[in-house]
Design a protein around this ligand. Structure first.
Ligand SMILES: [Zn+2]
Length: 230
């Protein structure tokens, strides 16, 4: 049985060394630590309060867990009635999203993404993965959680040409850097690229781009008719 006295405390109770500031502790944390360290240790180290709310308070909105705050000062809310078996994965998942910057995150139960196995830094974990993501997160085996991203199938715009086979000139795909440090790229978005330039588009921007493509297509068709008419 392990001693419950923190190793950093002398028998007198005086701290030997002050604990690392939460942000430094967070930076030095590996995905392995996040996945395997006891929950109460992670909460203490990262300065997160675990608040148990009344049964139904979150579920009424389809929420299974709620996170708000930043490293050193944050709160996770779960329902008191959340089964012990689910509790750990929900809290770990919310803890994995903690950043030095203030943010809120809602983990939904029914409409939420599926949990899929992944390898991160050589360690097996489970991550939330949107239904459109086709990546094999085990095979990808990214070194760090911040490098894990979700990616949909690529569609390509083909250009036929004289004296050769048709070649793609544009590609588009769904993407989400869910664990990345660039907040704007965390939500699902569309990437359009010509293999040199990569344009990340919000859903609204992707709609605008699609309209531009339709106008472009109409002009190309008109040119084709002109060329055909000589
Ligand atoms: Zn994925």
């Amino acid at each position: 049985m392990q001693s419950t006295v923190p190793a950093t405390f002398k028998t007198s109770g005086a701290p030997v060394t002050p604990p690392a500031p939460p942000v430094d502790a967070w930076r030095s944390m590996t995905i392995g630590t996040m996945a395997t360290a006891p929950i109460h240790e992670l909460l203490t180290t990262l300065g997160v309060r675990l608040v148990e709310v009344d049964p139904g308070e979150l579920a009424a909105d389809g929420i299974v867990g709620y996170f708000s705050g930043r490293v050193g000062d944050a709160e996770i809310q779960i329902e008191r009635s959340l089964p012990q078996a689910d509790r750990e994965s929900v809290v770990r998942d919310l803890l994995a999203r903690i950043r030095p910057e203030e943010q809120t995150y809602t983990k939904r139960s029914l409409t939420g993404p599926r949990l899929r196995p992944a390898m991160v830094g050589g360690k097996p974990v489970h991550i939330e993965c949107p239904s459109w993501c086709y990546l094999d997160h085990v095979a990808e085996n990214e070194g760090f959680l911040v490098d894990v991203y979700h990616c949909g199938d690529t569609v390509s715009l083909m250009a036929p040409r004289m004296g050769g086979a048709a070649q793609p000139v544009l590609h588009a795909r769904l993407n989400a850097d869910s664990f990345g440090t660039d907040v704007a790229h965390q939500a699902p978005h569309v990437i359009v690229d010509d293999e040199t330039e990569f344009a990340h588009m919000t859903p609204e921007q992707a709609r605008e781009f699609a309209s531009n493509l339709e106008a472009f297509a109409a002009q190309v068709r008109a040119m084709a008719e002109q060329a055909a008419g000589r």
